[in-house]
Ligand binder design. Structure first.
Ligand SMILES: [Zn+2]
Length: 475
């Protein structure tokens, strides 16, 4: 998944701050109460109160109470407009606003991926408590002080260079989703080839041990690092939350990128250490980090490519066999073919959150990735979707602007010696039919019988292509 890829700011031409000594646009202080049911927040604007402030999502207006503002001349009256924004009666002078946030009410109405309470800890989206100017741009920065001396704190944000006790949030922390965790929990650091995964292990019923889970993050991260040449980000916030029982050892995960990369994992409470080797979600989410941020309407590309490589990289790392990878990809195509609403892939992708046509979008995208990859492997000596994605990672994965699928596809072609992706994508993105994978199957020596895993031919060329794609890599 890649939830939270919405509400991205339009591109801005405003210059970024050039000096570390430049004061932040906002200086915020967050004080949670000991029961984690209420936040007291103060946000100061050293450069002057803006005209209006808003939360990250409109529904957050319901949870704000007792707002009060002042500037250097005295109290400033506040009113709410029809959009739920707070409007200052006087603007432009240095001043502050303070307010309370009813976290308990957020949990009651938006509990789940936005906010979550365990016995000892709270995870909550920044959208619900950090109010910000209604107009922000790429130069808007925030210095945040979380006053919770007896609590453990997990955030995706780096320490401020001028005030190491505080956190430095760039503009993406306001434009994109992010989460903090507060309370009593363990944090552990996992090192993946020099990258630092800061894992918050929230409390709850869980059969698997901390050690096994951390080891799994290390191995899954290693499989992704082997592909990109390094782990895709230097520092990653990871929040691991026990969830209910489910089939998969990690039930669900997603990436958010506000102010720094972060992955949330929801763990199957009954999965054991041994079950973790079956997990695909960790490789999947870590792989997402190697691609630039892509609009959620274009999930066919971000999820399709990621789904394809989820299985490919698991085989290359030896987590699953080549046969298993082929079977899982084949099975995914079958599920993708059998689901959907009959719309074109582009339309299906754009309305996936409403229709729930995830299998269709993910696996049709994966089929396009397979077709493009095989076509490029056959047409060139040493290029593939691998090499194009590795180049895309190096130029663009850490971009602070969202990409459209069209732009990513054009870039993948530009990064290859022979364009290969657009032709395949254009053929299927505008079509309601599931992509035809028979040419790729034939190149790989896979033949289908209805309801059976594909059989694999003994031909040398096909075997060699299967090995190039899925063979275990030396570590
Ligand atoms: Zn995903």
């Amino acid at each position: 998944m890649a939830l939270g890829l919405v509400g991205c700011a339009s591109s801005s031409t405003s210059p970024a701050p050039t000096s570390h000594s430049e004061r932040p646009t906002m200086q915020a202080t967050l004080k949670p109460d000991p029961s984690l049911s209420r936040f007291e927040v103060e946000v100061c604007f050293p450069g002057g109160l803006p005209a209006r402030i808003k939360a990250g999502v409109p529904e957050a207006a319901r949870f704000l109470s007792r707002p009060a503002a002042h500037d250097d001349e005295g109290d400033v009256a506040l009113t709410r407009n029809a959009s739920g924004h707070l409007v200052f009666d006087r603007t432009g002078r240095p001043g502050c606003v303070r307010y309370d946030v009813d976290v308990h009410a957020v949990l009651v109405s938006h509990g789940g991926t936005h906010a979550l309470r365990t016995a000892q800890a709270l995870m909550i989206s920044t959208d619900f408590w950090l109010w910000r100017p209604a107009e922000t741009d790429a130069s808007t920065t925030t210095e945040l002080h979380i006053v919770a001396p007896s609590m453990t704190i997990s955030t995706p944000w780096p320490a401020s260079k001028t005030h190491p006790q505080r956190l430095a949030l760039d503009a993406t922390a306001l434009h994109w989703r992010s989460h903090i965790a507060l309370g009593a929990f363990e944090t552990k650091v996992v090192d993946v080839l020099g990258a630092r995964l800061e894992v918050a292990l929230l409390d709850g019923k869980r059969a698997m041990t901390d050690d096994a889970l951390l080891d799994w993050f290390q191995r899954a991260g290693g499989a992704v690092a082997a592909f990109f040449g390094e782990f895709p980000v230097r520092r990653l916030q990871v929040i691991a939350v026990p969830a209910g029982a489910s089939q998969d050892p990690i039930v669900f995960g997603f990436v958010v990128r506000g102010g720094g990369p972060s992955v949330l994992f929801f763990l199957n409470s009954e999965a054991t250490d041994a079950d973790l080797t079956r997990d695909w979600v960790a490789v999947h989410e870590f792989f997402h980090l190697g691609m630039p941020p892509i609009y959620s309407r274009d999930a066919w590309l971000s999820e399709g490519v990621t789904m394809y490589y989820t299985e490919v990289l698991r085989a290359r790392a030896g987590f699953i066999s080549t046969d298993d990878a082929i079977e899982r990809i084949h099975d995914g195509f079958g599920r993708g073919r059998a689901s959907g609403t009959g719309a074109t892939l582009a339309e299906e992708s754009a309305k996936m959150q409403q229709t729930g046509a995830y299998f269709r979008v993910y696996w049709a995208g994966a089929a396009i990735a397979l077709n493009a990859d095989i076509a490029q492997r056959q047409a060139t000596r040493d290029e593939s979707l691998d090499t194009a994605l590795q180049r895309l990672f190096r130029c663009c994965a850490r971009d602070k602007e969202f990409w459209s699928a069209k732009d990513v596809v054009a870039k993948l072609d530009a990064l290859a010696t022979r364009p290969f992706f657009r032709t395949v994508a254009e053929q299927w993105v505008g079509s309601a039919a599931f992509p035809d994978v028979s040419p790729a199957y034939s190149a790989l020596g896979l033949s289908e019988l209805a309801g059976e895993p594909p059989t694999q031919s003994r031909g040398a060329a096909e075997r060699s292509l299967r090995k190039a794609l899925l063979g275990r890599r030396a570590r």
